[in-house]
Design a protein around this ligand. Sequence first.
Ligand code: PMV
Length: 327
Amino acid sequence: MSVEATAPGKAILFGEHSVVYRGPAIVLAIDKRAKIIAEKRSDKRIHFDCLDMGFEGYFEGDVYVPIRGEAWRGRRLQGMRVAAWKTLEHLGQETGLSLTARSDIPVAAGLGSSAAICVATVAAVGELLGGNLSKKETCDLAYEGEKVVHGTPSGVDNNISTYGGVLRYERGESIERLELGEGLPFVIGNSRRKRSTRRLVARVKALREREPKLVDGLIDAMVGVAESGLEALKERDLRRLGDLMNINHGLLASLGVSIARLDLMVHASRGAGAYGAKLTGAGGGGCMIALLNPSKVEDIRKAIWRTRGEPHVVNISNQGVETRRIK
Ligand code: PMV
């Protein structure tokens, strides 16, 4: 028997960086998903087939043995390995596993690919072993894998990937989930430049130490934008949402986290008729997101290609993690 689990990626609509200090982040699950197929093995190995990304190998204990691709690829698998291992431990079972990973979420772009992979791994292994895991257990076990990848992540990515929909997240408060109508079209533009969230957060912190008053003013404005943005999202007021996204991009650029390629895609999308566009996530590379009228999708896709970005048409998705037995 094998089990397939899929889980969505995410995009931050408002509140990146300001959420580190105060106020909410508004995060959307998107209809791009990671998929894991899990099967039991007769030996004790945890075997990974990530041939989409060009590698395959297995762990014996903590040691990665490559079959195809370089040995350093093993580092990429630590999150998945820990998620699988914690699930086995949680269920009190010992077995080898074959895990096949496929994903249409761009990697290292701020779209929650590692969390989606961890969530789908836990769900697939849990279902394979008849563990009947609740969503909360799945989310918590996936967080163990996320910690290996990101240190002390906020927990937003594994939450949105488990539950889907829209999350309002504020540090030190519980995560609130909203199920808003799907069918709000966005285009995400990937700059294809990898970046490190940790480094960008540190850069903003250093700027705030040098210019505390000014930076606090920008953060306060971003908090206001995020609160108003959630209202506009609930009311489906696309024009207002677009204005708020534009304002938010300007504020993020003032913090120094935009780059030329993100600015180019943002301006190209607005020029092609988007209601609004902003960088999404930590910045420094990664992605931007544009809100549009469905009739403009093709124009905006083309405009992003012309700046050498990679466009992805996405929708908000209320489908969190899902599993099915496939034979
Ligand atoms: O890693 P990303 O691109 O999803 O962005 C993280 C959002 C930040 O606010 C920049 C950092 C954080 O931990 O909230």
